[in-house]
Every structure is written in C-alpha cells, then in structure tokens.
Design a binder for this molecule. Structure first.
Ligand code: HEM
Length: 125
C-alpha cells in the first residue's frame, strides 16, 4: 500500500511539474493557449490528487507537517509554488513579473523534490 501510494504521489508530482512548465512556456510564447478549456481544468485535478496522495502518505508513514520539519518545509514549499504559479500564469501584471514568478516557482518545486529525497528541510547540509 505504502509503495503504491508513493508511486502515485511521484507520478502526480511529475505530471504537475511537467504541466506547470508547459504552461510557463506557453505564457512566454503563446499565451492564448492558456485559455484552452482542458488547460484550465486538468492541472487543478492533478494538483488536488498530488495533495491527496501527500496526505495519505503522511498518514501511512505517521509523520506530519508541523511535527516533522521536512514535511513542514514541503507543505510551505507547495503553498509558495501555488502562489508563485498563479502570479506567473495569471496575476502577474507585466511579463517581467510573470517571468520572475515562474523562475521562483520552479526553484520552489526543485527545493520540494530535494527535501523529499533527503527528508530534511535543509537538504544541502
Ligand atoms: C509539488 C509538491 C510535491 C512534490 C514535487 C513532491 C515530490 C515527492 C517525491 C519525488 C517523493 C519521493 C521521495 C523518495 O522516493 O524518497 C515524495 C515523497 C513523499 N512526499 Fe511529496 N511532494 C510534494 C508535496 C508533498 C506534500 C505537500 C507533502 C505533505 C506535507 C508530501 C509528503 C510526502 C511524503 C510523506 C513522502 C514519502 C516519503 C518517504 O516515505 O520516503 N509531499 N514527494
């Protein structure tokens, strides 16, 4: 069960990052593609499933945000990734702001993956 959950979580994480990167690329090159119906719906479904699989995993290994630092870091990183992502794809007023938010969101998600593998909020130590 644990392994199936972990593979599910990793699959949704990869899909989330790929779809976000694709939308970031479209934001810079052909923003009208962001208005397609599936582009507005599918990423939200994937991100919801990513979060649900994360919650199921925390229960299955009995470690939780705000009791285990690396999971607190992942949760805060996820919130920052979502906020920066909406600025990058929607709310950013200028192209420069959206580009900066895109790069920061990608940095956040790289940090989250690093934290996931190291089980540490300071994975470079
Ligand atoms: C963009 C968001 C996220 C990404 C990209 C991501 C990525 C990953 C990856 C790659 C792994 C596998 C690590 C390994 O094989 O050792 C993993 C495991 C895990 N993640 Fe996430 N994750 C995200 C969000 C979250 C959140 C928000 C939580 C909960 C607060 C969470 C909880 C877990 C847990 C409990 C594991 C299992 C760790 C283990 O048993 O070794 N993840 N995550």
């Amino acid at each position: 069960m644990y392994l199936a959950l972990k593979h599910t979580h990793i699959t949704f994480a990869v899909l989330s990052i790929l779809l976000f990167s694709l939308r970031g690329f479209w934001m810079l090159t052909t923003p009208e593609k962001l208005q397609r119906r599936w582009v507005k719906i599918v990423p939200h479904i994937i991100d919801t499933l990513l979060l649900l699989s994360a919650i199921a995993l925390t229960v299955s290994i009995n470690q939780y945000p705000f009791t285990h630092d690396w999971l607190t870091a992942k949760l805060l990183g996820l919130i920052a990734y979502i906020v920066l992502g909406t600025i990058a794809l929607k709310r950013g007023k200028t192209r420069n702001i959206r580009l900066l938010a895109l790069l920061m969101a990608l940095t956040c998600v790289a940090y989250i993956v690093w934290v996931a593998f190291k089980h540490s909020a300071l994975p470079w130590l």
